[in-house]
Structures are given as C-alpha cells and as structure tokens.
Design a protein around this ligand. Sequence first.
Ligand code: GLY
Length: 307
Amino acid sequence: MSQRRALAIHGGAGSFARESFTAERWAAYDAGLRAALVAGFGRLDRGGSALDAVEAAVRVLEDEPLFNAGRGAVFSHDGINELDAAIMDGASRAAGAVAALRHVRNPVSLARLVMERSPHVLLVGTGAEEFALEHDVPLCPRAWFHTDARYAQLLRARAGDGSVADQLDYFGTVGAVALDGAGNLAAATSTGGMTNKRWGRIGDSPIIGAGTYAANDSCAVSATGHGEYLLRATVARDVAARMEYRGESVTAAARAVIGERLTNLGGEGGLIALSRDGEFAVAYNTRAMFRGVIDSDGRLETGLFSD
Ligand code: GLY
C-alpha cells in the first residue's frame, strides 16, 4: 500500500431538533453508519479499489431501512419507491448512474454496471431495469422497499398537516467517498429522492456534478439535501472546480459551496468530500447530518450534530 486509505460516508442531512433525537435513536443510526464504514474500509484493507469501497459502503446503507435509499426509501405521491444512484471513478472520470428504478435492490451496483458494461452514463426506469436483467441482476418485488415509517410520512405529507418533522423525512440520501492505496478517489450516492414527489421526478444524486463527482486531481464528493437546489447549484462539481481553479483546500471549498452557493440559492443540504491527500470535509446548512469517517491512521468517527 503506497499511501493513506480513507472512507467517509453520509446518511442524509436534516433539521430536526437535537432534543427530539433520543440516544436510543442515535444508537440505531450509529450502528448502521459503522456497519457501512467497516464494510467499505474492509475492501480498502484487502487491497480493493476506492470504487469497491464506496459501492460496498453504500450497499450496506441501501439495505438498512433507517436511511432513505434502497429498503426504507421514501415514497412518491403515488405510494411507489423510485430509486436513483450514481458512482464515479476519480482515476478515469468514468461514471455510471441510474434513476427511477422500482425493482432493483442495490441501485449503486447497477450504476457501477452501467459505468463498466455500457457505453452510457445514465439509464432510467424500465430501460435501466431491462439492462439489469441483461446483466443477471435480479429484480425484486416493490414490497422489498416498503417500511411503515416511510409510508406514514407519505400519508402525513399528502394530508399536508405539517407534521412531517424535517427535511430528513422528505429527503435523506446516502453516499460515500473513498481514497485507496493506489491514490485513486471514488464517490457514490444513492437515494429514494423526496417524500411525496411526483413519479418520474429525479433529483441531484444520479446527476454527475450535482450530487456525485470524483476526479483524482481534486476530490470525491457526495451530496444530500433538497435535490432541486443541489442540481442548480451543481454542488459536487463546484467543490472540485474551486480546488482546481482557485487552489482551495477541500474544507474551504466544501464550506463555500454549502455556506454560500447553496445557501444563497435558498437550498438546504450538505456534502462530504475527500481530497487526494485524504483530507475529509463535511459541510451542511441544516441542523444535523449523519456522517462517518474511517482511515488507515486509525480514525473511526461518526457524527450527527455540529459538536
Ligand atoms: N438529494 C436527493 C434528492 O433530492 O433526490
């Protein structure tokens, strides 16, 4: 191994009150975050690539019902889970993405197949699911994604009673960024989008440069929050561009993009980013953001609020 290895993840940003988030609730999220960190970093430890690490970490978060991706994703207005994901290789800038999936258990892995086994970057809906079948990815029943908690959120949102507590109930999203022993970066993001969305609505997560971006000469980024704003602020690419053109550190670039660019546009959300020398940055303009980081220097941390 030539250099430092690192993996960072997020599980969504939101503005719930600290008092409303019990220790017991945090323990459940913390366990999910740690399982993803261990799975992803295990790949790096065994000599796997940054791509392997982000895919492995995101798959764990997709299978964990607490997070808004894969199983436990939010529902569209019509009561259907529609899933989006993307992955990007910082070494080659190859990228793959999928959107509006209804029957694929791990969208991040299908995004990787699009990147590696098709000449395209983004496949959507039935075209993406047909591609999955052609590559021996089994489709699963829609019931796999259903959780009662998310369905209750949809019913509250549809009723417009204002009791959907915070943006996390609406948005969420999971993501990972990694640096491997060969010095390569990768990013991946996966989401169910936003509660009560119109079917066919696609947010920032599967759009390269908006919710997901990686380039070895700057950084790897995965974003979360209100997709309509993150799309227009092109947040992920903007962090990389500030590093590339202005020579900013990843921390300064991430703070400026969320604290100025996204905030000035009126959007709420956050991002994680990892530079080519392993500097980890997290920035969000919500009250809280689920995140975690693990590296070959022995760091293993998870967090939610600012301190
Ligand atoms: N950030 C996820 C979405 O808005 O779809």
